[in-house]
Design a binder for this molecule. Sequence first.
Ligand SMILES: NC(=O)c1ccc[n+]([C@@H]2O[C@H](COP(=O)([O-])OP(=O)(O)OC[C@H]3O[C@@H](n4cnc5c(N)ncnc54)[C@H](OP(=O)(O)O)[C@@H]3O)[C@@H](O)[C@H]2O)c1
Length: 246
Amino acid sequence: MNNAKSVLITGATRGLGEHLARQFAARGYRLALTGRKREDLDRLGAELSGQAAEIVLETLDVTNFESIAPVLNRCAEQLNGLDVVVVNAGVGFATPAGKGHFKLIRQTIDVNLTAAIATAEAAVELFRSQGHGQVVGISSIAGVRGMRNNGVYSATKAGFSRYLQALRLETRRDGIVVTDLAPGYIDTDLNRSLASRPFLVSAEKGTRIMADLIERKVSFRYVPPLPWTLVAQLLKWLPDSLVAKM
Ligand SMILES: NC(=O)c1ccc[n+]([C@@H]2O[C@H](COP(=O)([O-])OP(=O)(O)OC[C@H]3O[C@@H](n4cnc5c(N)ncnc54)[C@H](OP(=O)(O)O)[C@@H]3O)[C@@H](O)[C@H]2O)c1
């Protein structure tokens, strides 16, 4: 039997999910890659097949909430268990308040909060049956403080973070680790159209740091930890008059 650890990633077709898949492949993990677009999964699977110990590809749109647990369980069966589930799939739209953006608002909540929690719930159920496992949630520095035009994104990330905090308390006696990673700006499609991306790091660097933190089983970290741990403290205390200008 192959003893390499196994990791499932949602939203593995682009951005941080795709780069995390590369990081874990290079570290010899067995991979379960899930995403909406089959052709992107096939492309990534072909690229990584020489490196990863084993790869399973599963099409999954996480807003099909009832599909999440069956997909996780199928991947676990094929890989003889899952050690890590990375709840990564996410969207980031500007949704200035009161300007008719409810469709995007609903999608943001569906993907970043409802589906993220549904994925973590399915992972915990599986991990309890295995007796071990690590849930990794990708929240955001945006969860620290509501910012102009991004209130809903901030709300979903803050909400997911609070859920993970409680999950950690509920699962600590079940052999389950809960890791919450809150990135600042990592170069992906999600933020490429923004006018300003302070302290930007490449996706390769950002996901290398994330993979290290996941292997260290940390509870919570900003990514990269510096400067974002300091920036987060500052953001919490700055007056509205200053934050409104950002
Ligand atoms: N990049 C950053 O600086 C940053 C900062 C803080 C937090 N984050 C978080 O990190 C995570 C990844 O973001 P990213 O930067 O990699 O963004 P990205 O480049 O836009 O990639 C997002 C990924 O999520 C997938 N996705 C979106 N909706 C989905 C759905 N309904 N079902 C399944 N997959 C879906 C996308 O799939 P498709 O290809 O099918 O669209 C894509 O693979 C998100 O949760 C984001 O909020 C990122």
